[in-house]
Design a protein around this ligand. Structure first.
Ligand code: DGP
Length: 112
């Protein structure tokens, strides 16, 4: 996708604080962190949201979760929250699938 922010981060065209990378995923710190650890894990290939990714590439979808777990472990967290905002009404603002990894503070339920 020519005009996708996260495609540009994956391609190295826009800088990001990358903390982990695998064959199919890249993980980088969220620019607007909502917790001491707030990392976004994205597939290298472009899919608009989590369901589109899971339909087209289940292996990459699973790798996203495993990368998220590796990031949480690397940052010393046994407890963490994974979030896929899906659709503008649910808070999705970047339409390249991404998994939020949040940890390092009390995470209340339900989320806002
Ligand atoms: P969402 O609202 O679920 O689509 O999450 C998108 C996240 O992307 C949001 O928490 C802020 C983050 N974000 C937006 N622009 C940038 C950027 O240029 N760099 C980084 N690292 N994160 C960004």
């Amino acid at each position: 996708m020519d005009d996708c922010l996260f495609c540009k981060i994956v391609a190295g065209e826009i800088p990001a604080d990358i903390v982990h990378a695998t064959e199919r995923t890249v993980a980088f710190r969220d620019i607007n962190a909502q917790a001491p650890t707030h990392v976004l894990v994205v597939p290298r290939d472009h899919y608009a949201d989590a369901a589109e990714l899971a339909t087209a590439d289940p292996a990459a979808s699973a790798e996203l979760v495993l990368t998220a777990a590796a990031v949480a472990t690397a940052e010393g967290h046994d407890d963490y929250r994974l979030v896929f905002n899906t659709g503008a009404g649910a808070g999705q603002s970047v339409f390249h699938a991404h998994l939020h990894v949040l940890a390092g503070r009390d995470l209340t339920w339900p989320p806002g």
